[in-house]
Every structure is written in C-alpha cells, then in structure tokens.
Design a protein around this ligand. Structure first.
Ligand SMILES: *[C@@H]1O[C@H](CO)[C@@H](O)[C@H](O)[C@H]1NC(C)=O
Ligand SMILES: *[C@@H]1O[C@H](CO)[C@@H](O)[C@H](O)[C@H]1NC(C)=O
Ligand SMILES: *[C@@H]1O[C@H](CO)[C@@H](O)[C@H](O)[C@H]1NC(C)=O
Ligand SMILES: *[C@@H]1O[C@H](CO)[C@@H](O)[C@H](O)[C@H]1NC(C)=O
Length: 453
C-alpha cells in the first residue's frame, strides 16, 4: 500500500468515526434538549462530509466542535499507544538461549549448590526477641543435600553452638530507652562468650522501620558480631523475602515436582483468570501504614496521585479506612480475588533504602500472578534481584499519566501483558527435586538467600 493511500484511508476512518459520533449526538440533542438547544446554535453553517459515502450533512457549531474533538481523541489515543509501545520495547528484553541459561543458573540456586553431604554438623542458635523460643527445628530432611544443620532457639545451648543469630529487635529496648545497660537486656553473654562462635546480626525489616533518627549501638556490642544477615546484598548472608525458584516451583509444579501444564496452557489459563480489559479493577493495593515513616508518606502520596488520575484500584487497609484481617498465606478473610487483578502496587515503606524489597514484591505480587508496580526501592536494586521482565518500576516513567497509560496498554494487550510472566517458563527439565536450603553457609561470605521459616 502506498503511503498516500494509507493516510487517506486513516483520515477517512477517523472522519467516519466522527461522523457516527455526530449522528449519535444529534439524536441525543433532539431527545433531551429539543428545539431550544437548536435555537441557541451558532448561525454559521457547518458542513460535514463523510468521505466514504460522499454524503454532505449540515451540522450545528457545537456538534462540529465535538466532532473535531473526537477526531483529536482518536489521534491522541493512537499517539498514546505508539508511545506505550516505545516504553514496552524499552522494558522488555528479548532473551536469547544464552540469556536463558544464565537466568537458569541465577534463579535455580539450590540446583547449583555444592553438596555438603560430608560436612561436619553445624549447630545454630536463633536468639529471638524477648527470649521467646520456638520449637527447635531439625533440618534432618535436608542432610543428604546440604549437610547437617540444626537450628535451635533454646538459650541453654548458648555456649555450645557454632553460631548465634541475634535478631535486631532484641536490641530495641537498648535503642529506645536511655541508660539501659547491655547486661540488663536479653542479649547473649558477651563477657563469658565462647570465642570460637560466630555471632550474626540479623535485620529483617527495612533499616528505617521504627526509627525516626539514625541510632547507633555501642561499639562493644557492634564489635561482638562477626557477620551480618539481612536483605542487603552486601550482607555476609543475604536473606531475601522470596526467590524466583520457590515461586516457579509453587506455581508451575505440583507437590511431586512434576510440571502441571505446558507453557502455552499456563499462559492461556493465566489470562482467562484475570478480569477483562475495561473491568472495574485491574490493580490491588493493601496498605495500612501511610504516614509512620517518610517513605510511607511518599508512597501514599504517589498512590493517591495514581488514584486521582484514574487508576482502577481495589484497595484495603487503614489508609483507606478499610481495615481487614487479610492475611496472606494463612487463609484469612480473603473476600477479594487478588489473583484476578493484573497489577499489584508493591510500594515499600522506605524510599531508596538499599536493597529493601519485601514480601509485597515476592509474595503479594508474584504469588497472585500480578505484575508488581514498584515504588520505593531504587530501580537498580530491583533489577539486581528480580527475574527478567517481571516488574514495572514507577521511576522508569516520565509522568504518573504515562505509567497509568502503560498499565492500561498492557491491560488491553494480552500478548504484551504476558511478556511479564514468561520468566516462569525458565525451569529445569524433568522432575524437580525437593529443595535443600539450609544455614550451612552461615559465617562464610556466601551471598544467597536463606529461607528460615
Ligand atoms: C565453643 O563453640 C564451639 C563451636 O564453635 C564448640 O565446638 C565448643 O564445644 C564450644 N565450647 C564449649 C565450652 O561449649
Ligand atoms: C567473632 O568476633 C569476636 C569479637 O570481635 C572475636 O573475638 C572472635 O574471635 C570472632 N570469632 C570468629 C570465629 O571469628
Ligand atoms: C495517619 O494516617 C491514618 C490513616 O489515614 C490517620 O488516621 C492518622 O490520623 C494519620 N496520622 C497522622 C499523624 O497524620
Ligand atoms: C500487542 O503487543 C504485542 C507485543 O508487544 C505487539 O506485537 C502487538 O502489536 C500489540 N497489539 C496491539 C493491537 O497493539
């Protein structure tokens, strides 16, 4: 088709659309405004030519303006789609076979762990807040894979274990109350310590949580630790809030480790289970902290702007005056089918807090097969841990409107939408083995996740 031909046809189509619109408008005017609205009409005669039928109509000024507006709307929408396609091309990386191999290694970490079968037993005491004890857990089931490791929480093992993990919350009292002696809080005995042990400082939540100013622990307490364990990738032991391997195993494989269905069938069912384009909701957000930290305030402001600009949001939580007892994982009062929305606002309570990416990303989004919309963590931090083509970051857009337009674009284009779910097709062939993850690496510099419970 020649260029001129195609542009003539495009013009004809937009004019034709406007023509239909004008007719509807006429009917509407006649039905509701009757003659008086006709009387007020501009005296100038406007001609409307339908190129297709070559019919000429005479219309009033108001309708002519609306017809023109409509043409403009059609053009704006075409422009917006073209712009969103540009965004899409920028975000979606086409993976080569070599890329997929690389991702396979990164995502299926337990498959690539060296065997610890013949290693010596490692005993670890998990020192919990307020001296709480958990039933000691035995990792016997993993022994043949990563070697023996026993996790206990009873303080009677304080002197004999190989390592003690101290939760940062143990130090809360020390942080918040003035003049508290370290001896007076529930902390392992520093004076009569077994020096061959490794003491690990554990921080689970974002560094900012619960503190409105930077706080320091005494140097002697700080120096008592030999290693750190947190979400930060520069910790000695990195403990993410989730991982791709567990998610793919749970979503794509059954309890026997067999693939549930083909990739094509999986994609088909995924999209069939989602609300259709144009539905009342395409996004969910459950949030209760909208002002306890500056990061929480910032995310709430951003979310509010999205809502004001037309986000199709289903929301719950104190921030919306709608507190629920929703509990992920625990079968709480789940009335709303979160799995049916296409996006989840995985907004963190901390802004650009190094590597802090919580269960909002790993569990709330991925386990509901919703694309996480990220706000809070730095885009580079998300890229470092996320599976390929798995998330949308608010900071990658020029404006809130562009972000919303892009979400709308994906909502309306299943092919493009499903590109964000293809990482779940990267899995080893054959039956999956039961996982083997343990704390064996504790105290050595091994940067991989550690799901404890
Ligand atoms: C000190 O800890 C090591 C493990 O790091 C252990 O083998 C040893 O038995 C402990 N010593 C005492 C006195 O419990
Ligand atoms: C752990 O740190 C303490 C305090 O700095 C030190 O005395 C001890 O030797 C360290 N233990 C190991 C196993 O490195
Ligand atoms: C924080 O947000 C909650 C929920 O919207 C509201 O009830 C409370 O008054 C707010 N507190 C402050 C200090 O703004
Ligand atoms: C939908 O997205 C796919 C993949 O990005 C693209 O190739 C296709 O042109 C889009 N279709 C429409 C109707 O926009």
């Amino acid at each position: 088709m020649s260029r001129r031909n195609s542009s003539t046809i495009t013009l004809a189509i937009s004019v034709f659309c406007a023509f239909i619109f004008v007719h509807l408008l006429f009917d509407f005017n006649h039905a509701f405004f009757g003659k008086s609205s006709q009387k007020e009409a501009d005296k100038t005669t406007h001609y409307f030519i339908d190129i297709k039928s070559e019919k000429v109509s005479i219309i009033d000024a108001k309708s002519a303006k609306q017809a023109a507006d409509n043409v403009q709307k059609v053009q704006e929408r075409a422009y917006s789609i073209a712009k969103m396609e540009e965004y899409h091309k920028k975000f979606i990386t086409k993976l080569t076979d070599a890329d997929k191999k690389g991702w396979m290694k990164r995502m299926w970490q337990t498959k690539h762990l060296e065997s610890h079968e013949n290693r010596e037993e490692v005993n670890i005491l998990w020192w919990l807040t307020n001296g709480k004890t958990r039933e000691s857990r035995n990792f016997d089931e993993f022994k043949d894979k990563c070697g023996p490791c026993n996790l206990v929480s009873d303080h009677k093992y304080e002197k004999s274990v190989d390592a003690i993990i101290v939760q940062n919350t143990v130090l809360n009292k020390y942080f918040y109350e003035k003049n508290v002696q370290i001896e007076r809080i529930n902390f392992p005995d520093m004076k009569k310590r077994n020096l061959s042990q490794i003491w690990v400082f554990e921080n689970k939540e974002s560094g900012i949580k619960g503190s409105d100013e930077p706080r320091q622990i005494l140097e002697e307490v700080d120096a008592a630790f030999n290693a750190t364990m947190s979400y930060r990738t520069d910790s000695d032991v990195t403990r993410h809030f989730g991982d791709a391997e567990s998610i793919i195993s749970q979503i794509r494989f059954d309890s026997e480790g067999k693939l549930k269905m083909s990739d094509e069938q999986y994609a088909k069912e995924l999209i069939e289970n989602k609300f259709k384009y144009g539905s009342e909701y395409n996004t969910a957000w459950y949030v209760s902290n909208c002002n306890f930290t500056s990061g929480a305030e910032k995310r709430y402001e951003f979310g509010k702007e999205m809502i004001e600009k037309g986000l199709k949001l289903y929301s719950e939580g104190a921030c919306f005056g709608h507190v629920t007892e929703r509990q992920f994982n625990q079968g709480g009062s789940v009335e709303f089918p979160t799995g049916k929305v296409k996006f989840y606002l995985a907004f963190e309570n901390a802004y650009h807090c190094d590597d802090y990416i919580s269960e909002k990303f790993w569990r709330n989004s991925f386990m509901n097969e919703a694309i996480p919309i990220m706000f809070g963590p730095h885009p580079d931090d998300v890229k470092r841990v996320a599976p390929p083509n798995s998330f949308i970051h608010a900071e990658d857009f020029d404006s809130v409107k562009d972000l919303l337009d892009y979400m709308d674009y994906l909502d309306g284009n299943d092919t493009a939408y499903l590109e964000y779910h293809k990482w779940k097709n990267i899995y080893p062939t054959g039956q999956l083995n039961q996982h083997s993850k343990c704390l064996q690496h504790l105290g050595t510099v091994n940067r991989y996740f550690l799901p404890i419970f």
